[in-house]
Design a binder for this molecule. Structure first.
Ligand SMILES: *Cc1c(COP(=O)(O)O)cnc(C)c1O
Length: 434
């Protein structure tokens, strides 16, 4: 498979080069030259396949000869060491729990897959690289964990001091070995600016191999298809229309779902559910794309007003808004509505959802209830993070302590290690001295 830049001003590259580069030289996002189609045979037999077998069949056409089949199978096995259970919430609404990975958020899937692909290409080229990422919380943990102990790869994570949750900070700072956390005296935007500066600094480019691991990387993006297929396999056989609601920020996750549908996965409709950063719901209504300044909410991993993956969704629908609206609806919710949904589901079903999943639930509920025949729909919403990651917010809403999962208990006993950073020059000296 070849990938082209959506800015149309760079040469086409294979899968490995696309993940090594992250962005094309013309700063465009990479996009596959074609969307492969899966056979009827595959869908007929899907109930017999394991998660790994499904993932291999889904991703192999996107990789082609860039990774040998047996190695790709190993990479998938190392990626998928946890399940994606479906939990019924009401008669036609269920939660797809994507938080059973090591850092308790769905980003583990993409980060682990990308890390292992990169580790393979590094091994054959025998070069040393440094992954540099800025994080507002979830990304840093997933990336650190995915790359932990991989040979020839160092990971440097910048996080804003006192602006990530307690658990997130432990996840970033307790690994050690090839992972270094830099605690930045400033905001997430400062962290991101330092990273951007590093990538265009000619001095650094000469001295070290820097790579990014953010969510627009095709290695992270495409691996997110895996759980859509596994979820379809796990749904009881039904004549109802299956619809999926995705709590969305940068729109990478939902875009992977839409690629799955293009490959033949029989999902009737997708719902993009956002917090009050509502650029896409407004765009689908008005046809005008007008991002505002991003607002802070309790579903903070989705505080994005100009989603970087939306351009991929537009490409998938050939920039046809009418066609897009036939497959995708979008809704936006306030913090108040999010809190109310968390409280209600806890009261009625004794099920605790996190603020991101709650927004997914709200969009799904509104979509199904807008139909004249809601009984003909089966809905899934993606529960993208474990509620414990937002325990303070949630415990206040439901008036109840959340049990700490055992993976986290161990982390909380470890020693936090980080290096304080005040400005770009300190970051640069650190990277050169490594
Ligand atoms: C990153 C994240 C999202 C948003 O996913 P996108 O692919 O950026 O749309 C939703 N929920 C959680 C918990 C996240 O960490």
């Amino acid at each position: 498979m070849k990938y082209f830049s959506l800015n149309n001003n760079s040469k086409d590259v294979g899968f490995i080069e696309a993940i090594e580069r992250g962005l094309a030289p013309d700063r465009g996002l990479y996009f596959p030259k074609e969307i492969p189609q899966l056979s009827n045979h595959f869908f007929k037999n899907i109930k017999r396949y394991t998660d790994s077998e499904i993932a291999f069949r889904v991703i192999h056409p996107f990789i082609g000869n860039d990774i040998p089949k047996n190695i790709l199978k190993e990479i998938i096995k190392k990626t998928l060491k946890f399940n994606f259970p479906i939990v019924n919430v009401s008669k036609n609404i269920a939660s797809l729990e994507l938080f059973h990975g090591p850092t308790l958020a769905f980003k583990d899937v993409g980060a682990r897959f990308m890390a292992n692909c990169l580790s393979y290409s590094n091994k054959i080229k025998n070069k040393k690289i440094t992954i540099l990422v800025a994080t507002s919380g979830d990304t840093g943990g997933a990336v650190a964990n995915g790359f932990f102990k991989l040979k020839n790869i160092d990971v440097v994570i910048l996080f804003p001091k006192k602006k990530v949750s307690v658990i997130q900070e432990y996840q970033l700072t307790t690994l050690g070995k090839n992972i270094t956390a830099l605690e930045v005296e400033g905001s997430f935007d400062d962290c991101q600016n330092f990273v951007k500066n590093a990538f265009i600094d000619p001095d650094l480019q000469q001295k070290i191999n820097l790579t990014s691991a953010n969510s627009i990387n095709v290695g992270r993006w495409l691996a997110q298809m895996f759980y859509y297929f596994s979820a379809y396999r796990d749904l009881p056989k039904t004549d109802k229309k299956v619809v999926i609601s995705v709590p969305s920020g940068n729109f990478g996750n939902i875009c992977a779902g839409l690629v799955s549908k293009k490959m033949g996965l029989p999902i009737n409709h997708f719902i993009a559910s956002t917090n009050s950063n509502d650029t896409i719901p407004r765009y689908l209504n008005s046809g005008e794309y007008k991002p505002k300044k991003s607002k802070q909410t309790i579903s903070n991993a989705m505080d994005v007003s100009d989603p970087s993956n939306f351009i991929r969704i537009q490409k998938l629908f050939n920039n046809d808004l009418f066609g897009l609206k036939k497959s995708v609806s979008a809704y936006s919710y306030s913090d108040k509505q999010t809190e109310k949904a968390i409280r209600e589901i806890y009261k009625l079903k004794n099920y605790i959802i996190d603020p991101h999943g709650a927004i997914g639930y709200l969009g799904l509920n509104d979509f199904i209830n807008s139909k004249t025949d809601p009984e003909n729909f089966q809905g899934l919403f993606l529960e993208t993070a474990h509620p414990i990651k937002f325990s303070k917010t949630i415990e206040n809403i439901i008036n109840q302590k959340i049990q700490i999962p055992k993976e986290i208990k161990n982390i909380l006993k470890k020693k936090k290690m980080s290096i304080p950073i005040k400005d770009y020059n300190q970051l640069k000296s650190f990277l050169i001295a490594k």
